[in-house]
Design a protein around this ligand. Structure first.
Ligand SMILES: NC(=O)c1ccc[n+]([C@@H]2O[C@H](COP(=O)([O-])OP(=O)(O)OC[C@H]3O[C@@H](n4cnc5c(N)ncnc54)[C@H](O)[C@@H]3O)[C@@H](O)[C@H]2O)c1
Ligand SMILES: [Zn+2]
Ligand SMILES: [Zn+2]
Length: 369
């Protein structure tokens, strides 16, 4: 039997999310799971969806892609999770392309098609309001709702030892936090004698910082233009912080790293920041990029001249069912204090959470039902 759900719905590009009840959610199809969300993180990509992705001819849509909840029902053939299981949802992938089949769902050839989506890959909608379709497949999970249908393969079971009062911290692991931590632990992999510069100390940058600290990297330099964030970066273990407005940032980094950093990680998507990070790298240094802005450009000459490398990173090159439990173990051992990033809001207060995320007052806003 279809159920009635409520959700924050966006009706027009750059609009305001409106909490709407009486949305009909279909029964789970084979391979789908009905999840009742208990919380969801808010990620900048949700604001990208609101301001850039959502087009005037789109149906009303439910965004959100850092959901945690409980399984209420499963479709035919689902065997990995069962009713009552605590689960979190991560990004989706097709499961059938060359990169998915070789264990790299974060590089799924259809990543953008299936994640920036309102309908299932076959074009059908999971939800409707007064007989009209409602977009409900964003990152396969549309977590700004009370419930959603999520493909079994996109769910991660919450380990039994995770306390109920910590559940709200889990959703952000499905996107922003695994992105930052994975950039360090899965991709750049600096070691104790290396140095890393992290530009932008929001949720993604600070997750990278916590992973860098957990890895025992000798020199960890955080750069931001907001002093509050740099303060938090120092608390979390940055060995140095630099004001992103300083004229001599490159010289400061080169001094601190005795000639140039071995690694850098950008979460700002700001072109001048990227080119400064390249200049601050030593010979053979590596820069990872996750932030994006339209028209973001980079001069490749200084990349080539010093044998440097630049790599785009999606979702921290994470296989969520493997990596997220590993991050939870790190936290359990006191080496990944992700609670320091989170600020909670009642589920109804999405617009307040958006305001604090936009102003920088909240590093990682989490809506709790
Ligand atoms: N590639 C992926 O898979 C992926 C996944 C999640 C998020 N993202 C993207 O990562 C980016 C970071 O996300 P977030 O949640 O941490 O955002 P955020 O806004 O919280 O953090 C960005 C930080 O950059 C700082 N900043 C801005 N301009 C700066 C400058 N000139 N110099 C130094 N610092 C500057 C801001 O003050 C802020 O603290 C976003 O663009 C987001 O869309 C990418
Ligand atoms: Zn694929
Ligand atoms: Zn995200």
């Amino acid at each position: 039997m279809p159920i009635q759900i409520s959700a924050h719905v966006l009706r027009e590009p750059r609009g305001t999310f409106e909490l709407v009840g009486g949305i009909e959610l279909a029964d789970p199809r084979p391979g789908e799971v009905l999840v009742r969300y208990t919380s969801t993180g808010l990620c900048h990509t949700d604001l990208f969806a609101r301001d850039v992705f959502h087009q005037p001819d789109f149906p009303p849509a439910i965004y959100g892609h850092e959901g945690t909840g409980v399984v209420e029902a499963v479709g035919a053939g689902v065997s990995d999770v069962a009713e009552g299981d605590r689960v979190m949802a991560s990004f989706t992938s097709c499961g059938q392309c060359r990169t998915c089949l070789t264990g790299r769902p974060f590089n799924c050839e259809h990543f953008n098609d299936v994640n920036f989506a309102l309908a299932r890959p076959d074009g059908s909608y999971k939800a409707s309001l007064e007989g009209q379709p409602v977009g409900s497949s964003f990152f396969g999970q549309s977590s700004f709702g009370s419930h959603a249908l999520v493909a079994e393969r996109d769910l991660v079971k919450v380990p039994e030892w995770v306390a109920a009062e910590d559940e709200h911290l889990l959703g952000p692991l499905g996107c922003g936090i695994q992105t930052g931590a994975g950039a360090i632990l899965n991709v750049l992999r600096p070691g104790p004698v290396d140095s890393i510069v992290i530009a932008g100390t929001g949720a993604v940058g600070l997750s990278a910082l916590m992973a860098a600290v957990a890895s025992g990297i000798g020199t960890i330099i955080a750069v931001d233009i907001v002093e509050e964030r740099l303060k938090l970066a120092r608390e979390l273990g940055a060995t140095h912080t630099i004001d992103g407005n300083d004229e001599d940032q490159v010289e400061q980094i080169r001094d601190l790293t005795h000639g140039g950093a071995s690694h850098a990680f950008d979460t700002t998507g700001v072109a001048p920041v990227l080119s400064r990070l390249v200049d601050a790298l030593g010979w053979g240094g590596r820069l990872g990029i996750v932030g994006a802005a339209p028209g973001m450009t980079l001069d490749l000459l200084p990349v080539m001249q010093l044998g440097r490398q630049v790599q785009g990173i999606v979702e921290g090159n994470s296989v969520p069912r493997v990596f997220i439990p590993q991050l939870l173990e790190l936290r359990r051992n006191g080496r990944f204090p992700l609670e320091k990033l989170a600020r909670t809001y009642p589920f109804t207060d999405l617009e307040a959470a958006i305001g604090d995320t936009t102003s920088g007052a909240a590093v990682k806003a989490v809506l709790v039902h």
